[in-house]
Design a protein around this ligand. Sequence first.
Ligand SMILES: [Zn+2]
Length: 149
Amino acid sequence: MTPQPGTLLTSASRYHDISCGHVVWGHESKCQHLHGHNYRVHFHVSGERDAIGRVLDFGVIKDRLCLWLEQEWDHRFLIWDQHPLTAALAALDPVGVVALPFNPTAENMARHLLEVIGPQQLQGLSVLLSGVVVEETAKCSAEVRMLAV
Ligand SMILES: [Zn+2]
């Protein structure tokens, strides 16, 4: 359903900081090399407000989404499963290397979090992960939003 103009959308948001290595396959300059970032990931959760006026308790965003990041991506090396170095790196550090089905640009990371991880982690709740912002640095970020909720 496409919201009508003027329809209010209420979101609750929380961010989490993680440190990851990554490499961007096909990048024209320095991001083609193995390197890392201190990422800040913002989660925006939308839905109806409950009886006391919350979309979702901020602690639940932490438990369901921030802790997923902490457990799955923090202090790991993110690499596309099609990258030529994936097998060699994974052999060196099978736990530390996370082979992803996409090239780990900030844009693709945000989309994966919104489309795959959000629905998985918020299952059973009547809210939707409607936006994700992935900051690679304080100056550079990528954002993905769900337009119709
Ligand atoms: Zn990078």
